[in-house]
Design a protein around this ligand. Structure first.
Ligand code: AMP
Ligand code: GLY
Length: 429
């Protein structure tokens, strides 16, 4: 079997790692593979968003299955292109990917289908949006509707911050087209969860729930990032909560998308929050989360390839929950000094050879291979996933291993999984 992965971040390295375990005899290909992926697959020198060229390449290179990591190629219609020429591909069509690529669309869909989410309004006109903010007061959340590389949501604790955010989007167009439409919504408080559902458009297999750490600093402080670490499973997710996520969020969303003429086949990521007024959707994504995937996939026992191939070939899934080993996984991201602001690239990375084991995996993200050397090439450089019987052990092992990776300016959060650890500590005392 010949499998191509589109994308080259930490999530894609984790996908490659898992799919190689599921299909050891398969040949793998990836677009511009990072320094960790490069030794395990062949390099496809085509941009992930150049969907037309990619579909032609996949056809002439007899690719049996394509798995898409990032949202941008999905929004650009990669699945539509591949399907037109009969090539199996895992991911939603561009229309269904709007669940992520247009927050205005996603909110409207949720509102019409009665899916619990923050109260919201959509604006394209600055004075109207400003007036709305002044009427609602703070805290309030201002979001660019389109894709803004994870930077489009601004949680504002004061009216001034909210006015500044909306002016930057509808006045200065800092996100370009992506911010010409803005969603302003109610501020919700509570613990966040990432729930991944592999779906054929109707039925879903739910993977282990995980939790991301978006802020750059320990104790969840400082600016938002793409994600500084993740762990799975999350003990607040009881079987009842999981059933609620399925019956009140995942199933009605799939139904609403299908009714809308855009059935969603692929990975539906529900970003949920357990607020005082119940479980609500913060956002939907049309792809696996990063860095949650680096925690979720190492625990997964079922074959991901079977699920993905079934969906890509137009088959039906048996609804359920994917089986996972009973351990806890903690993934700690090692980032470049300065991230999420500006940072330097090209720093040589030293990963001790003894670091990796069955229970400690180093997933590369912003790295590149130059002969025998590995250099930094992005803000989030690596994620170190440790697996252990308890959150305490896994968090300790992950942080320790992250600390042994060296490059100039490297930093990481030492507290990934802190909420879960304090829950477990409370249980003990
Ligand atoms: P999003 O891009 O929509 O995922 O938002 C990024 C992050 O902003 C989320 O993970 C939350 O931490 C925060 N956020 C988004 N929407 C809200 C909301 N309505 N209330 C509170 N925090 C939010
Ligand atoms: N970890 C957040 C995301 O993938 O969007």
């Amino acid at each position: 079997m010949r499998i191509m992965i589109v994308g080259n971040g930490g999530r894609e390295h984790a996908l490659l790692w898992k799919l190689r375990r599921d299909a050891p005899a398969a040949s793998f290909f990836a677009t511009h593979p990072n320094g960790g992926m490069a030794s395990d697959c062949e390099n496809v020198e085509i941009e992930a968003t150049d969907v037309e060229t990619l579909s032609g390449w996949a056809a002439s290179n007899r690719i049996d299955l394509t798995v898409v990591g990032p949202e941008a190629p999905l929004a650009a219609g990669i699945v539509d292109h591949f399907e037109k020429i009969g090539l199996p591909i895992f991911g939603p069509h561009a229309n269904a990917a709007r669940i992520e690529s247009s927050k205005a669309y996603s909110k409207e869909l949720m509102q019409n289908a009665g899916i619990p989410t923050a109260e919201h309004r959509t604006f394209t006109d600055l004075p109207t949006a400003e007036a709305w903010i002044l009427r609602q007061g703070a805290p309030i959340v201002v979001k660019a509707s389109g894709l803004a590389a994870g930077k489009g949501a601004v949680v504002c604790m004061t009216e001034e911050e909210a006015l500044k955010a909306v002016r930057s989007m509808l006045g200065d167009f800092i996100f370009g087209e992506a911010g010409r439409e803005v969603v302003i919504e109610e501020f919700l408080e509570g613990e966040e969860l990432s729930v991944f559902a592999v779906t054929d458009g109707e039925h879903a297999v739910i993977l282990q729930p995980s939790q991301d750490h978006k802020r750059v600093g320990e104790g969840d402080t400082g600016p938002n990032t793409g994600g500084m670490g993740a762990y799975a499973p999350v003990s607040i997710v009881t079987p009842e909560l999981m059933a609620e996520a399925r019956s009140k969020v995942i199933q009605p969303t799939l139904h609403a998308l299908a009714e809308d003429g855009s059935p969603f086949r692929g990975l539906l990521y529900a970003g949920l929050i357990q607020s005082k007024s119940g479980l609500k959707v913060i956002e939907f994504n049309c792809r696996f989360g990063d860095p949650e995937t680096q925690a979720v996939l190492p625990l997964m026992q079922d074959s991901l390839l079977d699920l993905i191939a079934t969906v890509a070939e137009g088959g039906k899934l048996t609804p359920g929950v994917a089986s996972a080993r009973s351990d806890v996984a903690v993934a700690t991201v090692v980032a470049s000094g300065g991230y999420p602001g500006s940072y330097e690239k090209g720093k040589e990375i030293n990963i001790p050879i003894q670091l990796e084991s069955e229970n400690c995996i180093v997933f590369h993200a912003g790295t590149t291979r130059r002969e025998s050397r590995i250099l930094t090439s992005g803000g989030r450089v690596l994620a170190v996933t440790a697996l252990a019987p308890s959150i305490g052990q896994a968090a300790k092992a992950s942080a320790e291993a992250a600390g042994r990776i060296e490059f100039e300016g490297a930093f990481y959060r030492r507290d990934i999984g802190w909420r879960e650890r304090s829950r477990q500590d409370q249980k003990k005392s």
